[in-house]
Design a protein around this ligand. Structure first.
Ligand code: SF4
Ligand code: SF4
Length: 189
């Protein structure tokens, strides 16, 4: 148990204070569509936070598997923002500079945001190329299989005309650039 980390965690605000209302009814976990892929179920993440064991939550695969669908939030009888807690845990993890349990997920987010910053919108082909190229360096047995699956899927989409060869510049490119400038001081994501 990491009391120090837990204590700083609790100071962070309402989304964390809410976890103390949890009475472990498990409705969040029972409704979560990606619970099958999680190592800790949503109610277990909340339980660790209640016991100030932030480290266990941060080290889990769960925080990267969560799809932010908010099903848990709508099912929780105590209106706990579980999706918000997952979001904040991901944020804390990235800020800590540690290696994530599911490295492909933050890599995809990073590549996705880079694409938005560059074109003002997503160019699927470029996103897939960059993501696949960076992903090849990640450790993990299933990586190659996943990459081949993604490539096959990309080819199918291309052949059906769902992916264009060239990027389209988004009309709101300057507004998007302003958002990135505000958030990152004009640095790349
Ligand atoms: S649904 Fe809400 S109260 Fe029930 S276990 Fe999940 S977070 Fe706790
Ligand atoms: S927001 Fe995350 S934890 Fe909640 S139900 Fe969706 S995938 Fe599961």
């Amino acid at each position: 148990m990491n009391i120090v980390k837990g204590a700083s965690f609790i100071k962070k605000g309402r989304v964390f204070d809410d976890v103390f209302a949890c009475y472990q009814c498990c409705k969040c976990s029972a409704g979560c569509p990606v619970a099958f892929a999680m190592d800790l179920l949503p109610h277990q993440i909340i339980r660790h936070l209640i016991y100030h064991d932030t480290e266990k939550a941060l080290a889990s695969h769960t925080i990267w598997m969560c799809a932010s669908c908010q099903t848990c939030n709508t099912r929780c009888p105590n209106e706990i923002d579980i999706a918000g807690v997952m979001d904040e845990l991901r944020h804390m993890h990235i800020q800590s500079g540690r290696y994530p349990a599911e490295p492909a997920t933050p890599l995809f987010h990073h590549t996705f945001l880079n694409e938005i910053q560059k074109h003002g919108r997503i160019h699927e082909l470029s996103l897939m190329q960059r993501y696949t190229f960076k992903r090849r360096k990640l450790p993990g047995k299933g990586n190659l299989q996943d990459m081949l699956y993604d490539m096959k899927l990309g080819l199918k989409l291309f052949l059906r005309g769902k992916i264009s060869l060239w990027p389209h510049r988004g009309r709101s490119r300057s507004e998007v650039a302003a958002i990135f400038k505000h958030e990152h001081g004009n640095k790349k994501t």
